[in-house]
Design a protein around this ligand. Sequence first.
Ligand code: C5P
Length: 310
Amino acid sequence: MTGQTAPAQPGAAISVDVPAKINPHLGVGDPRADGYHALSTVYQAISLHDTVTAERLGEPGIKLTISGEGAGTLPHDETNLAHKAAKLVALYAGIEPDVRLHLNKRIPVAGGLAGGSADAAGALIACARLWEVEIGDAELHRLAAGLGSDVPFCLKGGTAIGTGRGEELTPVAAKGGWHWVVATTDTQIATPECYKEVDRLREDGIGRYSSDVNAIVQAFERGASADELARLLVNDMEAAAVSLRPQLASLMHGGLEESALAAHVSGSGPTVLFLATDVKHAVALARRIRMRGGARSVHLAHGPVAGPAA
Ligand code: C5P
């Protein structure tokens, strides 16, 4: 689509809520020729979300403001993935961008919860709506995948199998919901750093590729109990995350001692997820984990939740 001009409605604003993701199954294969690792993962959107608002700026440009948790640590310029997403929509539509983007952050930053990818997905949707750009599903998916491996899932929400580098999605009809305590830490782990550590550990013979997602997919489809899910959680990056940030091990053990059904590093970490039996258990567990110390912040979340909603 080219030659379109953005409809002029200064003051119009579109807000989109975009959930964080977790990977109840994260199987990591060897690096491919393009440097990305082959993945066999199951994504699930959870009830922590950022809000992305796009408003007409009234002049050409993309302005970005950020509030909420960790706002001060994020780039406010064109290196922010949400900024790139806005630019991509304008480029696709052949229009001059004219937007003030605001990110209200509740998803912990650089925590393995895809906060940056969620903001990018939100910016794609909000800018397309603001500028009244028609983008088909396949094209939106292509733009999202160009921004990052997790961005396509952030557009969709729910539960899905991810293959390729994570961007090829197959939806899963999960029945029911599961409750988590989400514990963030004072450190951060950059995603490439964690993948490099996976490779390094494999050279030493540590690690495996958990490519088979069938057991956990079937558990989600039949609405398995949290007890059963606890035994099926897999993260091939966990050893690497703990190797990079050994303090994660004591946080995980602490949560298990406090009755969590499972402790699971979220994506490439360093956020740790604790599985609870139900919401009541999650509330009690969160309180006990807070009291023990060792976590920067402790949140309650449940999943799956639907994807971006205006
Ligand atoms: O796709 P995305 O930009 O989110 O990936 C960030 C980095 O994480 C990549 O540059 C790559 O180093 C690593 N990565 C990977 N294999 C994947 C996804 C990400 O090695 N499947």
